[in-house]
Design a protein around this ligand. Structure first.
Ligand SMILES: NC(=O)c1ccc[n+]([C@@H]2O[C@H](COP(=O)([O-])OP(=O)(O)OC[C@H]3O[C@@H](n4cnc5c(N)ncnc54)[C@H](OP(=O)(O)O)[C@@H]3O)[C@@H](O)[C@H]2O)c1
Length: 329
């Protein structure tokens, strides 16, 4: 592929609101010796994409910066381990100096590119990558989840929440989900054993009743952190996953935490090493190949509507649909 060829891309030239996203022609990237040129088939939008675009989450960006992190595509030119036409995916573009995904072609570092199992739907896959990799790191690297433990997932109707329910249930944990009543069926289909309405003023006593031996892992996806209510729910050695709520400053009931030998485990997937992402990818491919990792897709948009995809993700347009947003080049 010649560097003179151009492609459609969604990019920014400085951080800012979604209206900063431009649609234009950029050169098709020339893959370096350790990169693979990928023809993009499907893209997903996640909260982190909007944080990087706006500058809320600071990271070095090469301008013009192609937005986005996750893609599913096919190998465009042969590279070691990759043949033209191979279905592939990546969930770690667009951060720490790497160009993003929202374009017709992307040059992907070979060690961040994984084969997509044959027959897997690219749209379901792309909608599941970021959320499931986050769920994997939180449940297994951070919480050290064990079979039979009780996991509480709040915001279980959302992307990370529903992926966390699916991974925890597939691993053999007992899962208590919180969600709005509209999402109860979805949470149960994901594998939740119990579902509690997060609007219910008695939500915490209900969780305590459902987990009489305490909660081993508590993951708050809404980022509100009512720690005075949730830390006392933890079992001895309980782990609370902190992965949402960029600006949250909750009060911590210290005695309730340390007398349980409990811990708060904060993490951001953006800091994960290549080896950790590869381990997550192995789990994701295992589940995708068995039809055991499913996302609800609420909206499909063309690449030319990338700015709208970010506005929808930010809830900035009326009637923002629930379910994941997939963008198609
Ligand atoms: N640290 C990391 O590595 C990492 C990685 C990925 C995501 N995240 C963060 O994780 C969070 C979740 O991401 P996501 O993609 O799953 O977002 P999402 O799809 O928007 O889901 C958020 C969920 O939270 C629910 N919710 C809202 N208010 C709630 C409340 N008061 N109590 C309980 N649940 C409530 C929402 O339910 P309704 O639909 O009923 O409003 C929705 O189901 C975001 O803050 C994101 O930035 C962090």
């Amino acid at each position: 592929m010649s560097v003179r060829e151009t492609m459609t891309a969604a990019y920014i030239t400085r951080p800012g609101p979604a209206d900063e996203i431009r649609i234009g022609r950029l050169p098709v990237p020339e893959p370096g010796p350790s990169e693979v040129l990928v023809k993009v088939r499907a893209l997903a939008v996640n909260h982190v994409d909007t944080f990087v675009r706006s500058g809320a989450y600071r990271t070095p960006l090469p301008y013009p910066f192609v937005i986005g992190r996750d893609l599913v595509g096919t190998v465009a030119t042969a590279a070691p381990g990759f043949a033209p036409g191979d279905p592939v995916w990546c969930d770690s573009l667009g951060f720490d100096g790497r160009q993003g995904a929202f374009s017709e072609y992307a040059a992907v570092p070979a060690d961040r590119l994984y084969h997509l199992p044959r027959g897997v739907d690219p749209e379901n896959a792309v909608a599941s990558l970021h959320t499931a990799a986050t769920a994997y790191l939180g449940l297994f690297r951070e919480a050290g989840l064990r079979i039979g433990e009780t996991v509480v997932v709040t915001g279980a109707g959302g992307g990370v929440g529903s992926a966390t329910v699916q991974l925890a249930a597939a691993y053999g944990a007992r899962v208590i989900a919180t969600a709005r009543p509209d999402d109860f069926d979805w949470c149960r289909r994901c594998g939740a054993d119990e579902v509690v309405d997060y609007h219910d003023p008695d939500m915490y006593p209900k969780i305590a009743e459902l987990a009489p031996n305490g909660v081993n892992v508590f993951w708050d996806n809404a980022g509100h952190y009512h720690l005075e209510r949730t830390v006392p729910l933890l079992a001895l050695g309980g782990r609370m996953i902190i992965a949402a709520g960029l600006g949250a400053t909750p009060a911590l009931p210290v005695g309730e935490l340390y007398t349980r030998d409990a811990s708060l485990r904060g993490f951001a997937i953006s800091n994960a090493t290549v080896a950790e992402l590869t381990a997550a990818a192995t789990a994701i491919n295992h589940l995708l190949a068995r039809g055991a990792l499913v996302s609800r897709i609420g909206t499909r948009l063309p690449l030319t509507e990338a700015a709208r995809s970010h506005r929808l993700q930010e809830g900035a347009e009326p009637h923002s649909p629930r379910g994941r947003i997939v963008v198609l080049p």
